[in-house]
Design a protein around this ligand. Structure first.
Ligand code: F6R
Length: 609
């Protein structure tokens, strides 16, 4: 969603702010702006559209304090007047905000009655007016911000500067991410560490209900009640290179290619001397009777694969919920339930809210909440007592790829470990599963090396396609959903994933020669059944693209094209079937000349409901 960046120190702020905003571009935005202090005055520059529109107007100035913002419109169209920063009528305060101020209408009426004139349609604009009124009453900047945020309802992260406090940035956080980066004689803030990683690896994350005051002399943390807070910073382990494209045309393509290495890294860090090591969550295994998984989008698909594994290998009844549904209609409380939150950003508002709801229902002891993420530095990392770091590192392309496969690895390890420790599989079987899992990175390399040209070629045939159906069964049904999601989000082609056996109950009516069907047909329990379902689609003249082993090509007159993958045990097949579908979506979108890494209307980190 929106991105925040701020700087106070000895260097020139504008370049640092612009670089930070560029690093936040991947989160999705429709307008951008910056504000800085110069000779006791606030200056603001804003532009609709991409960052180069802002860059083109940038003045030469050496201000040492500033804030910046990339906006993803919630209240008000993506026009310059709605872009942040917003200022009060005297231009003494400038504010950027991520989130939603739910009571902004009432505040706006109240402030208008007091003479404030509003120039935007945003909820954010109430904040500079409020802060300004408190400043006029004689409160220092930090206190004015504290009083202002105590009037706000909703989820927000705020950074503000004031003309009367020329060396300060004041921050506030309530249910939206905000971190402080620590340098020497200079301090930064951002909604995502990625914005600052080239300047510092030492970070301090604000908690809900906290304010921070940044000056060149240091950082002070306070609660909204005004109490001082002391906390040690954390050090980030990933390198600044992770946020570069590394010679690839798009981040998405780079991240697709990173998957073999990511899987190796995930396995290496969670297998110690041949034993699965997932940390403290192992202490719960013996007691767990049910598992609930909460997630959104691609992470929800990883959860569906997880359910299959946890039920089929570990025999534990597992439900997967959309976090946005769970939070308002949670299932009745079930004792001895482990709730797993899956999220690549670690900041998805719905997933965090669902997990918090579960925590609030825990009457005694530590809540049984397990997080699966590649961002242990995120809000999720601080919310849950048990965490599996998938080790996928930061992902920049909006379409999740490597983080998905890394989440699936985490589910394999969890299911195998639980199954083994609860006596469902013996040591020999465990070792066999692990040995096969360790071969997956090589299989992925084989697909990348040998199948990419055919996939690129196939992508050309999708130039005039408007609808695509993805079919899969069993453990590959979630992969059909994921393949369809990848295609629609970056190529804007309508695509649907279905369980292959469900086609004849309605969706088959959609098929004709203009609607290609991508059919995942891998050897295993449902292979013959899937082939029969695909025959039904073929009989409606649909063009059939197979994803499966070379054996598919031996079936007469069924698959026009087969995206060939190596034969692997059925339970491991999602790794090899999802990769060609990621590549197919990528090449279709790239050949259409679309903005693959920042598809329209989407955001990498969905921090609002
Ligand atoms: C799709 C995609 C989204 C996310 C969803 C949840 O490629 O990236 O569907 O999966 O917004 O995000 P996280 O995993 O950050 O909770």
């Amino acid at each position: 969603m929106c991105g925040i960046v701020g700087y106070v120190g000895l260097q020139s702020a504008l370049g640092i702010l612009m670089e930070g905003l560029r690093r936040l571009e991947y989160r999705g935005y429709d307008s951008a702006g910056i504000a800085w202090l110069d000779n006791g005055e606030i200056h603001v520059l804003r532009a609709a559209g991409k960052l180069h529109n802002l860059q083109a107007q940038l003045p030469a100035t050496h201000s040492h304090v500033g804030i910046g913002h990339t906006r993803w419109a919630t209240h008000g169209k993506p026009e310059e007047r709605n872009a942040h920063p917003h200022v009060d009528n005297q231009r003494r305060v400038a504010v950027v905000q991520n989130g939603i101020i739910e009571n902004y209408r009432a505040l706006r009426d109240e402030l208008t009655a007091q003479g404030c004139v509003f120039t935007s349609d945003t909820d954010t604009e109430v904040i500079p007016h409020l802060v300004s009124l408190y400043l006029q009453q004689g409160h220092p900047f930090l206190e004015a911000m504290r009083l202002a945020v105590s009037r706000l309802e909703g989820a927000f992260a705020i950074a503000a500067i004031a003309a009367d406090a020329p060396d300060e940035i004041v921050l506030a956080r309530q249910q939206a991410p905000l971190v402080v980066g620590l340098g020497q004689g200079e301090f930064f803030c951002a909604s995502d560490t990625a914005a600052l990683i080239s300047h510092t690896q030492a970070f301090l994350a604000l908690e809900n209900g906290e304010l921070a005051r940044l000056t060149p002399l240091g950082v002070e943390l306070y609660t909204f009640a005004g109490q001082r807070v002391q906390r040690y910073p954390q050090r980030l382990t990933w390198s600044p290179l992770a946020v570069e494209k590394g010679g690839f045309k798009h981040y998405m393509l780079k991240e697709i290619h990173e998957q073999p290495a990511v899987l190796r890294q995930g396995l290496e860090s969670h297998l110690i001397e041949g034993q699965i090591a997932l940390g403290p969550v192992q202490e719960l295994y013996a007691q767990v009777e049910h598992i609930h998984i909460v997630a959104c989008g691609t992470s929800w698909h990883a959860g569906l694969v997880g359910k299959y594994l946890l039920e089929q290998i570990a025999q534990i009844p597992t439900h997967v919920y959309y976090a946005s549904e769970f939070r308002y209609a949670p299932p009745p409380y079930l004792p001895r339930t482990l709730t797993i939150g899956v999220t690549q950003s670690g900041e998805t508002a719905d997933t965090l809210a669902a997990l918090s709801l579960v925590a609030s229902r825990t009457l005694t002891g530590t809540p049984w909440l397990l997080g699966i993420t590649n961002r242990p530095d995120s809000t999720l990392g601080r919310l849950v007592p048990y965490l599996i770091d998938t080790r996928a590192g930061i992902e920049i392309g909006v379409a999740a790829t490597k983080t998905f496969t890394a989440q699936v690895v985490a589910f394999y390890l969890l299911a195998l470990d639980m199954a083994h420790q609860r006596g469902m599989i013996d040591q020999e079987k465990l070792e066999l599963y692990l040995a096969n899992l360790q071969k997956i990175p090589n299989h992925l390399e084989w697909i990348l090396e040998t199948q990419t040209p055919a996939i690129e070629q196939l992508a050309h045939q999708f130039q005039d396609v408007h609808h695509v159906i993805y079919l899969g069964r069993g453990i590959n049904f979630p992969i059909a959903l994921e393949g369809a999601l990848k295609l629609k989000e970056i190529s804007y082609i309508h695509a649907e994933g279905y369980p292959a056996g469900e086609m004849k109950h309605g969706p088959i009516a959609l098929l004709d020669k203009n609607v290609p069907v991508v059919a995942i047909a891998m050897p295993g329990t449902v292979y013959e059944k899937t082939i029969s379902n695909v025959q039904e689609a073929r009989a409606r003249e649909a063009q059939i693209i197979g994803v499966g082993t070379a054996a598919n090509l031996e079936i007469p007159d069924l698959f026009q094209v087969n995206l060939t993958v190596p034969e692997v045990p059925e339970l491991l097949s999602p790794f090899v079937t999802v990769l060609p579908l990621q590549l197919l979506a990528y090449y279709i979108a790239a050949q259409r000349g679309l903005d693959v890494d920042q598809p329209r209307n989407l955001a990498k980190s969905v921090t609002v409901e």
